[in-house]
Design a protein around this ligand. Sequence first.
Ligand code: ATP
Length: 509
Amino acid sequence: MANNEEVFKKIISHAKEYGFIFPSSEIYDGLAAVYDYGQLGVELKNNIKQYWWKSMVQYHENIVGIDSAIFMHPKIWKASGHVDAFNDPLIDNKDSKKRYRADVLIEDHIAKTEDKIRKEVEKAAKRFENFDEAMFRSTNARVLENQAKIDDITKRYSEAMNANDLEAVRQLILDLGIVCPISGTRNWTEVRQFNLMFATQMGSVAEGSDTIYLRPETAQGIFVNFLNVQKSGRMKIPFGIAQIGKAFRNEIVARQFIFRMREFEQMEMQFFVRPGEELKWFEYWKDTRRKWHLSLGIPEKKYRFHDHEKLAHYANAATDIEFEFPFGFKELEGIHSRTNFDLSRHSEFSGKKLQYFDPELNESYTPYVIETSIGLDRTFLAIFSYAYHEETLEDGSSRVVMKIPAILAPYKAAVLPLVKKDGLPEKAQEIVDMLKFDYMVQYDEKDAIGRRYRRQDAIGTPFCITVDNQTLADGTVTVRERDTMQQERILADNLNAYLHGKIQPLKVE
Ligand code: ATP
């Protein structure tokens, strides 16, 4: 783990050094859990958005997109349940004055116990190979004991949370002997509920004007536009509405870089279906989203599904796609079967009937909804942290290479004249001009070619195109591929088609 922490630190400083991500307001010492995307970060982020949008909206004839406002009528958050229930339980340590999420303290404790079990089982498996049966038996008893502990904690924890019994949550933290990692003490305050929505005022006079909220999710903008889109687009069920946009949550403990931010972006799609068909579509979207992730070429073992055992009151199925970040497997995307909860609540609170007349069934109903909701920043972090590699080369030198999937890389190619004379820079510039309408390309003539390759490796440019004297003679260039460092010679005139052929998502069955 210490090792992973080191790597994670390096990833964060790499992101800053090369202009991917900067702490917000850095010259004023930053603002907690808020980040700015730099000149390369914005390219990677835009490419992720575009790839998601294409796969949802362009690829599916029955999905359209919208871009709804961040400010919305305050009643929306009453109807959605966010005003009353979008809370996290918080607890403070009186000695360190540090604040924690009570649920996270307990979940981390469970994860540690699970880790212990995993290690015991691994050890036991090794011993079993050596036929040390007695050891295996005793280990097995410890495994069972730890498992029973987890079951007991999980039961007490979900009973306390379901009953909103904050005193029982605190008691569990005390009984488990959980200490503050800073002070090392068990001197905890009571547990309080904390609403995660940011509130502000609309209108020139704050006093007396309505409190409105910065949206904590983009989904509600889709629900309240359901009828507008369905009618104006003559959409037939099943159909979906997609949206990418900012969301805001006043997270109690915001850490782990861009994993948990107070201002972040979501890419959400709500898919409206006939009542009774939702579980079939839930499976469809689970599989479709799995394929989307795998199409980026990141190995399947980096992902896992985590089905929710405890469902939100409005859901009848839910799963998370978790990714193995440097700090372990954590949620990247949620897929939820939300029943007809949202549309029904908005009908009730607005007094407008949000129904669909199904011509095939000759009846009206409130559609059911499958939601896919993925954090854009978390996707960025998943790709960026997976891409980071330190390699020692055959000649003993080393390089940092960002193996960003070509389709998402900020620059697709760099054009490099071998030397700064003999007409090579002019020829290289010609190639840049030929490619730049279709691709982000960078021209670089400074330093020795090896150093220029390293610079492109460090920002994840998949192809380096080198222009040399032979180029002037026969019109060919060398193309160096980032991951393998293999070079091939091709006609400069074929570069556009060459790049097009290489910059493609993987096909996943
Ligand atoms: P978590 O349990 O990690 O707080 P969540 O279950 O509250 O996440 P959802 O409400 O399902 O998250 O939001 C959908 C997606 O939005 C998440 O899968 C995640 O990728 C992203 N997301 C949620 N909160 C944040 C945040 N504070 N910073 C960055 N991304 C976030």
